[in-house]
Design a protein around this ligand. Structure first.
Ligand code: HEM
Length: 447
């Protein structure tokens, strides 16, 4: 890639990089993600039996949140601080509060996971406070910026708004349910509340953001043809329909008398059908077709993550059908495993290997083009690292999938070791990029 190409790519995609926040803001979130992955790996190594037995056990729920909050949401928060000014052309007000959000998200996630794991109420209450503060301090400024965006008619911005709305709902519900584990009466039937909470988290928050970002990122980085406006709209409307149906259903079941409430609760899981069909079937099929039709079929290590992640989405669609039709708890666990560690994490992992070098190049090198020799984006990381990370990620998925299916503590421990290796490799890559310094030029400002 020639050194000036990233600028051309950005301007072709209509990005407003001059509005980007300081590099340190997204980087602090990205650098924390592998550390939470490492905590998840320690949990798998130290408590290998439970996470492979049932989704309702506390070690499983703790592992789920070390990953959904500590890794996925951590990366997504950092990405939204970066994307909102650049893609939605609307700077996030009071950007300095991102430091508070980062600190409270870290403390809250650790408190929630350890409080659930060790059954310690005195850890859960501060965790609820910290996560509540993180949610408030993130959603208000980012939501305001997205609301004011002059690019509000673009599908990517609409998808980002939907994602932030779902984030607000999943947090409110999660904090409310967490009170049930901190000694207060549990708010309603547990499977029902948990079903709506996890649907909002995975399909609403994660699904909307991955879908919306794919509209922008795939044509920009991999030169795929963009999805048609009608396809983009249908994908997002399907997710929004599910969110509305699930929230209405949950409200009705909480307010109605017992008998009709039970009937509403029975059909509520079907509310997620449109979103699951959109996020795990239609979006992957349309996107894989666009990838196959891309203009320049250059091999790109980070594209492998997208293809594998989209493949996992299709697997999740099959597993959802199996989970509804079979009583076997392993099917539900496999669905959670491939949704969180496969579909969502593969795509985010690949994006970190693509976007962080791009950001470092823009902040630290772009102003030097034509003044001193500047390396291209692709040269900022050793070439073998993304391929190594991809291999490790596939190893984690395969070992974890077999561990769940065979209920094997040994395989779960092996999964933990592989996950630790994956986390360390990601941390090494991000640290390498964070420490990258531009070729010296007297007086050149560095971020
Ligand atoms: C403020 C943030 C959050 C809090 C306080 C929270 C809290 C909880 C609690 C207490 C449970 C257990 C419910 C029970 O025992 O019945 C739960 C389950 C779950 N949560 Fe969250 N949550 C939060 C955010 C999220 C997010 C953002 C996601 C997804 C991206 C998510 C995904 C899940 C999933 C998948 C389960 C089910 C776990 C399983 O089946 O093993 N949560 N959450």
């Amino acid at each position: 890639m020639n050194a000036a190409l990233p600028r051309q790519i950005a301007s072709r995609a209509g990005l407003r990089l001059d509005q980007a926040p300081p590099l340190s803001i997204p980087l602090r979130f990205f650098l924390s993600a592998p550390l939470f992955m490492l905590a998840g790996a320690a949990l798998l190594i130290g408590s290998p039996g439970d996470p492979a037995l049932s989704r309702y056990l506390f070690p499983t729920i703790a592992l789920t949140h070390l990953t959904t909050l500590g890794v996925l949401s951590m990366v997504m928060f950092g990405a939204l601080y970066q994307l909102t000014p650049v893609v939605a052309a609307s700077p996030v007000p009071r950007i300095g509060t991102a430091r508070l959000v980062h600190a409270t998200l870290c403390v809250g996630t650790l408190g929630l996971a350890s409080g659930l794991l060790l059954h310690q109420r005195h850890l859960l209450y501060p965790a609820i406070g910290a996560l509540g503060l993180a949610w408030f301090a993130f959603i208000v400024p980012v939501g305001l910026a997205l609301w004011r965006s002059p690019a509000g008619t673009e599908a990517t911005v609409k998808g980002m708004r939907l994602a932030v709305l779902c984030l607000g709902l999943v947090g409110a519900l999660g904090l409310w349910i967490a009170h049930g584990h901190a000694g207060l009466p549990f708010p309603g039937p547990r499977p029902l509340w948990m079903g709506v909470h996890l649907g909002l988290g995975l399909l609403g928050w994660v699904g909307s953001l991955i879908t919306a970002v794919s509209f922008q990122v795939l044509p920009m980085f991999y030169l795929t043809p963009p999805l048609s406006a009608a396809h983009q709209k249908t994908l997002l409307v399907a997710i929004a329909c599910s969110v509305v149906l699930a929230v209405l259903g949950l409200t009705a079941s909480a307010l109605l008398p017992a008998q009709p409430a039970a009937s509403v609760a029975r059909v509520l899981s079907y509310a997620w059908l449109p979103a699951a069909a959109s996020v795990w079937v239609a979006m992957p099929l349309l996107t894989l077709r666009a990838i196959a039709r891309r203009q320049r079929k250059r091999a790109d290590a980070s594209l492998r993550f997208w293809k594998a992640g989209l493949g996992c989405a299709l697997l999740c669609a099959g597993l959802s059908v199996a989970a509804v039709s079979r009583e076997d708890p392993r099917t539900e666990l496999l669905l959670g495993w491939f949704a969180i560690f496969g579909w969502a994490l593969l795509i985010m992992h690949g994006m970190l290997y693509r976007i962080v070098p791009f950001l470092v190049w823009f902040h630290r090198l772009s102003h030097l083009v034509g003044i001193v020799p500047v390396p291209s984006v692709g040269k900022l990381l050793p070439e073998a690292w993304p391929a190594l990370a991809f291999g490790l990620h596939l190893g984690v998925l395969a070992a974890g999938g077999c561990g769940i299916w065979l209920r094997s503590g040994l395989l779960v421990r092996i999964t933990g070791c592989l996950l630790a290796a994956l986390a360390l490799q990601l941390f090494r890559a991000l640290l390498h990029l964070a420490r990258y310094r531009a070729p010296t030029l007297a007086g050149a400002s560095q971020n």
